[in-house]
Design a protein around this ligand. Structure first.
Ligand code: NCD
Length: 399
């Protein structure tokens, strides 16, 4: 398996074997950086590679853990955390920004409020592009971080029952995590108020690989005693209109996890959260050994080290780990630097020719904002046509 030169836009870009390999490499990275015991930390030699981070939306964990990962690998970082300081504020297109950064760095990490933005950047860039969150669409590196946390605490994915709770409508973390876990053999339960429920197209993705159809409930107590993992999320308040925000906050008040709830929860259940939390987890339970959200966030550095090292072609075999870094002369020619033109992951819906008179009508999709983007489409399982950028279903003209 080689991830060298590839992009990571969606979890469907990765096969189950590639996810396993990344978990193994992340475990090796965790050991090398002394994740569990700082005294055992090894230091990296200088690595002649640069990461660009282009963040058009706020971030604490994702951006800083990517930067920490690259620095711990021995490489360098540059970028911006506020688009107001970049030429995008002068009207530059995202594609031109990505093309330009390709000449300054070896890998590009991008976060953007529009769905499909990372795909536009990847199409324009000549270096590997990593999606660090594109609107309400997808957040694959958070999913890898979540999977790593589950692997370290539970030891496997197969047969686990995982409750995804909170804003399942706009939460990109659960849009990526639910289908990935289902593919790896976990059973998914969606826990949310009706108005924040998981969109059908993600439910279908979960269903495609699930042994039994995903269950959706409106109250945690209906399923609490079945859970191996409870994954809580905040209401994505920035994705609601101003009029809807007060209502969304009110609804979310019924989904708070506190000591009383943890008393009723299974003793071996773990409680995860991608963070930031707002009110959904009471800090009174932070010392409960089942509350693993800060460990989850800390594991993100090792995961992102592994991902970047694979995409840069610095690890070919998972077991090479951190010590296995080739010297520059020994690095495989293929894929480092530069990138493969196509991703080879499993499960990616096939591109289909653009039918006449079909447009993506999703106002949150990058294809409706970015100039010079030509539409492309995919067939979802079940046959519906979807925009290739945001993956939202589109209406086909009746013939
Ligand atoms: C998440 C995100 O940005 O989608 N945060 C993160 O990357 N850890 C979750 C969130 O903002 O609610």
């Amino acid at each position: 398996m080689s991830l060298a030169g590839r992009d990571l836009i969606n979890m469907s870009d990765l096969s189950a074997q590639e996810i396993d390999a990344l978990m193994e490499s992340a475990a090796a990275m965790a050991e090398a950086i002394g994740l569990d015991d700082p005294e055992t930390r090894q230091s990296a030699e200088r690595l002649d590679r640069i990461m660009a981070t282009a963040f058009f939306e706020p971030s604490t964990r994702t951006r800083l853990s990517f930067e920490s990962a690259m620095l711990r690998l021995g490489g360098g970082v540059l970028g911006f955390a506020d688009p107001a300081g970049s030429s995008v504020s002068k009207g530059e297109s995202l594609a031109d920004t990505a093309r330009t950064l390709s000449g300054y760095a070896d890998v590009l990490v991008i976060r953007h409020p529009k769905m499909g933005a990372a795909k536009v950047a990847a199409d324009a860039a000549t270096i590997p592009v990593i999606n660090a969150g594109d609107g309400a669409h997808s957040h694959p590196t958070q999913t890898l971080t979540d999977l790593f946390c589950i692997m370290r605490t539970k030891g496997h994915f197969d047969g686990l029952t995982v409750g995804l709770m909170g804003d399942l409508r706009y939460g990109r973390t659960v849009h990526s995590l639910g289908p990935a876990l289902s593919r790896l053999g976990s059973r998914i339960i969606c826990i949310s108020p009706e108005t924040l429920s998981m969109p059908q197209r993600h439910l279908s993705q979960i269903e495609d690989t699930a042994a039994e159809p995903p269950v959706s409930v409106n109250a945690i107590d209906e399923v609490l005693d079945e859970l191996d993992v409870l994954y809580a999320t905040r209401v994505q308040i920035e994705r609601f209109s101003e009029e809807q925000q007060a209502n969304a906050r009110e609804i979310a008040a019924d989904f708070v996890i506190n000591a009383a709830l943890m008393d009723r929860a299974p003793e071996d259940m773990i409680l995860m959260h991608p963070l930031p939390r707002v009110d959904e987890i009471d800090p009174e339970i932070d010392d409960d050994p089942r509350a693993v959200y800060f460990e989850q966030a800390h594991g993100g550095v090792a995961v992102r080290m592994a991902l970047v090292a694979h995409l840069l072609g610095l690890i070919e075999q998972p077991r090479d780990g951190f010590r296995g870094f080739a010297t520059p002369q020994e690095r495989p020619e293929e894929g480092a630097p530069g990138r493969a033109r196509t991703n080879a992951g499993a499960g990616e819906a096939k591109e289909v020719p653009a039918p006449a008179d079909v447009d993506c009508r999703n106002v949150h999709c990058i294809s409706n904002e970015e100039r010079f983007v030509s539409s492309f489409f995919k067939r979802l399982s079940g046959g519906r046509l979807a925009c290739g950028y945001c993956e939202e279903p589109v209406e086909e003209a009746q013939t």
